[in-house]
Design a protein around this ligand. Sequence first.
Ligand code: NAI
Length: 347
Amino acid sequence: MRAKDIAVIPGDGIGPEITQAVLRVVDAAAEKSKTDLNWIFVSAGLGALEESEELIPERTMTEIARCKVALKGPCTTPVGEGFTSVNVRLRKAFNLYAAVRPVRSLPGVETRYKDVDIVIIRENTEGLYSGVENEITPGVVMSMKVASEVACQRISSWAFKFANRRERKKVTVLHKANIMKLTDGLFLRCADEVHQNDYPNLGFESVIIDAGCMKLVQDPSQFDVLLLENLYGDVVSDLCAGLVGGLGVVPGANYGDNEAVFEAVHGSAPDIAGQNLANPLALLMSAVMMLNYLAETEGRGNYAACARLIKTAYDDALIAGETTKDLGGSLGTAEFADVIIQRIAQL
Ligand code: NAI
């Protein structure tokens, strides 16, 4: 059987070091589970700009389209100036309209909350991330928030289908339709219609996002699946990461109808880049999501077994307190990977 080609974008900042750590772990689990994976390295972001003067070289686009699946490190976007986000561009180019971020309490990771089990589903292509900004007149600028019925229905259907398939109980839309009556109003109406027409047996509620944030930090266990437009999904993802141990432990996937790109919720963390301090777990968990996705979509191979090996190994490591500094441990990025590899060998 031919190895499965997977595009890999190491990215910027901590991206290359966490990507290297994660690939070492996945390679060890793949060898043990006899899973044939072939990494196709491509570039995007600052590194690509320096090498080829292109933020996303053509080869990166063609390889992602060919492989259909990519594992991606974070890419830096300059604040308040410079080029537009590589992440937003990739999501738009491949129409990766559904971002999925599971946020769960982890064994051995002490936080204020127990039993958090939330899945964030974020619309990934529209809203204020449409990138349409203008200077109307000197001193007055505007940013356009775009919502289309097609995209709002598409993400609503995706979210309810996901909730139903995973046997989740409730979908909550966080919105600001009291103020943004047209854009958020459309998003809310589409979610309500999909619920009433297709999934009346699932729970559904709508909560105005400011109150929703308060409720999230007060008692996150009241939430199950969260459905949000683009900007709210971005912000609430980091808020929810804070409920379970921080950005080092929340993975993510960006799904389109044809391609899927797996990446952590966190960014390129320039403050700790190159110091062997970054936690590679969020990207490793994203790789586990990728393997489980391949198990569902490829219909062959030992992807699920490979994913199980990695998950068991990192769960055991967390329980044993073998963690990086952000989780109170003392391991560096590379040493954490070494520990997981040793544990995989013993399973
Ligand atoms: P960030 O997520 O990179 O960092 C926020 C804080 O969390 C920092 O203190 C950082 O040290 C810490 N942190 C993040 N990931 C960590 C990890 N794996 N282990 C330990 N600590 C970790 O967010 P920030 O600083 O706002 O953004 C930095 C750059 O990343 C920006 O250029 C931004 O545009 C980009 N970014 C890229 C994303 C992507 O590629 N998907 C997502 C979010 C931001």
